[in-house]
Design a protein around this ligand. Structure first.
Ligand SMILES: Cc1cc2nc3c(=O)[nH]c(=O)nc-3n(C[C@H](O)[C@H](O)[C@H](O)COP(=O)(O)OP(=O)(O)OC[C@H]3O[C@@H](n4cnc5c(N)ncnc54)[C@H](O)[C@@H]3O)c2cc1C
Length: 384
């Protein structure tokens, strides 16, 4: 993969930043299961100073204006460490670019300059993969909307200032029967009837928080709709594909870090008088890791190229997510195996990266759901 001079400089900046601000804190954060607020704010502030904050958003709104190739390289580096830490270097959800009029000053710009944090709230206790099973709903009352329902597994580095909440606002008749209209709302923390609390603790990315949100007759003004009423899923769908590419990039980065550890261990750990890497059973694992990482990188860069040309399909993004997350899980498991008992000991980071890897096959749409998307794209042209 050839990298432009400009992107080489970007990578140098990111790696220096991570060496100074992120890696030294990995172990402590995993042990505490928390990122102390002062540490999070320090990463946030220093990433603003380093020009890494909101690097994904266009320069016209004050963002870093990086193109998708540069963002893929960035996410690949961030993927080597914990979400709990690198998510403090915000990449605000690009859905916020749909903000208009006063929403721009109230929501978009504060997320770009670090004054506010948002959450993306789609999943519900009864509606995970089955998004259309959502029960959250908003009823029109005059000019306002009254929001009821709940969300869970809504994640971020810290308590947010507002959430982008997806709720049903009615239903449309379609040839295949009634279909929910889903609308995205900007909902401020602190509004009457909106409660938010930390949810269950996840063993992947310890210290990255999940929140439970509940809405009890929350009154929202007409300006709280993001985009158009009834077009929430179209809006989120525009960005979900790239989200899956960023997961892929992050997985390739983490796989590379694990493979480096496995190779170093296999070259230095001796049993039966020779390095264990010389036993074919171990050496071939390293070879398979290298093949997987190379393949993941190529798929990633191909998808980014398609996205730059506005040609990325849902199936393209799904393939990257499935392949890279499953490749990472094979690499992580094989790394534990190559380390033997030491692979599971808390003194070494292998067990942490192995735990962290597991989530990647689940969030942003499980592997099974990605395979559905790919299958559908294969069968549809045949009328099935
Ligand atoms: C740490 C963490 C952070 C998250 N952050 C966010 C967030 O910020 N915002 C947000 O909205 N969501 C978030 N999520 C939710 C995440 O996207 C969902 O967990 C994921 O989509 C799966 O939903 P589920 O957990 O309800 O599993 P389920 O949908 O209950 O699935 C359980 C199993 O059934 C399988 N399955 C379900 N339907 C089918 C089918 N049709 N065919 C085949 N298999 C099927 C699944 O693949 C899976 O293996 C987060 C989740 C976690 C764990």
């Amino acid at each position: 993969m050839s990298i432009s001079h400009e992107n080489e400089l970007l990578l140098k900046t990111v790696r220096e930043f991570m060496d100074a601000e992120i890696y030294p804190h990995e172990e402590e954060v995993d042990r505490l299961g928390d990122v102390p607020e002062a540490l999070g704010r320090q990463i946030e502030q220093r990433s603003i100073e380093a020009g890494l904050f909101a690097a994904n958003l266009p320069e016209r709104v004050g963002g870093g204006g990086l193109n998708k190739t540069a963002m893929a390289l960035l996410e690949r580096e961030y993927g080597k460490t914990s979400h709990a830490l690198h998510s403090w270097i915000a990449r605000p959800t690009e859905i916020l670019l749909a903000c208009r009029d006063e929403q721009i000053d109230k929501y978009l710009l504060p997320c770009v300059n670090g004054a506010k944090r948002e959450l993306f709230a789609l999943t519900e206790p009864g509606a995970g993969s089955d998004v259309m099973g959502m029960k959250s709903n908003a009823q029109r009352q005059g000019d306002s909307w009254i929001l009821n329902g709940s969300k869970h597994f809504i994640s971020g580095p810290c308590l947010p200032d507002f959430a982008i909440v997806f709720a049903s606002t009615g239903s449309d008749d379609t040839p295949r029967g009634p279909r929910k209209r889903v609308t995205a709302f900007l909902v401020d923390v602190g509004l009457d009837g909106f409660s938010i609390q930390e949810g269950s603790r996840c063993v992947s990315y310890r210290g990255y928080k999940t929140f439970e949100l509940s809405f009890d007759n929350v009154r929202l003004g007409p300006n709280q709709i993001l985009g158009e009423e009834g077009k929430g899923l179209e809006l989120s769908g525009k960005w979900l594909g790239m989200g899956r590419i960023w997961v892929g990039a992050s997985c390739v980065g983490k796989a590379e870090r694990l493979a480096d550890m496995a190779t170093d261990w296999a070259a230095n750990r001796k049993q039966f008088g020779q390095p264990i890497g010389k036993f074919q059973a171990t050496g071939f694992k390293l070879a398979d890791m290298a093949i997987g990482i190379r393949t993941g990188d190529l798929m990633l860069m191909d998808a980014v190229d398609r996205a730059e040309k506005n040609q990325l399909t849902d199936a393209d993004a799904a393939m990257v997510k499935v392949y890279c997350s499953e490749m990472l899980n094979r690499v992580a498991d094989d790394t534990v195996q190559i380390f033997g008992g030491m692979g599971l000991m808390e003194e070494l980071p292998v067990q942490r990266l192995w735990r962290d890897s597991r989530l990647e096959r689940i969030w942003d749409g499980t592997s099974e759901i990605q395979r559905h998307i790919i299958t559908r794209s294969l069968l549809r042209p045949h009328g099935a």
